[in-house]
Design a protein around this ligand. Structure first.
Ligand code: SF4
Ligand code: SF4
Length: 67
C-alpha cells in the first residue's frame, strides 16, 4: 500500500494537495503546526494509488510519496 509522509512544519495550509487528490485520501487536520496552519493528514491510505499528484501540487514540497 502506498504511503504519504506529511512534513507538517513545511505546510502552509493551502489545501492544494487535498483538492487535487483524485482519491480523497488526504484530509485537513483539525490541529495546527507551529506556524498556525492546518496541515493535511493521510487519513485514507486504503484509497491512495501512489499517483504522487499531491506531492507535485505542493508548493512547499511538504509531501513525500512512497509506492
Ligand atoms: S499519491 Fe495520489 S492518491 Fe495518494 S494521496 Fe497523493 S494524490 Fe492522493
Ligand atoms: S499542498 Fe503542501 S502546503 Fe498546501 S496544504 Fe498540502 S502539504 Fe500543505
Amino acid at each position: 500500500m502506498p504511503d504519504v509522509k506529511v512534513n507538517k512544519e513545511r505546510c502552509k495550509g493551502c489545501e492544494l494537495c487535498i483538492v487535487f487528490c483524485p482519491k480523497h485520501s488526504l484530509e485537513l487536520s483539525a490541529k495546527f503546526n507551529s506556524k498556525g496552519y492546518h496541515y493535511p493528514e493521510f487519513s485514507h491510505p486504503d484509497t491512495c494509488t501512489g499517483c504522487a499528484i499531491c506531492g507535485r501540487m505542493c508548493p512547499e514540497v511538504a509531501l513525500e510519496i512512497y509506492k
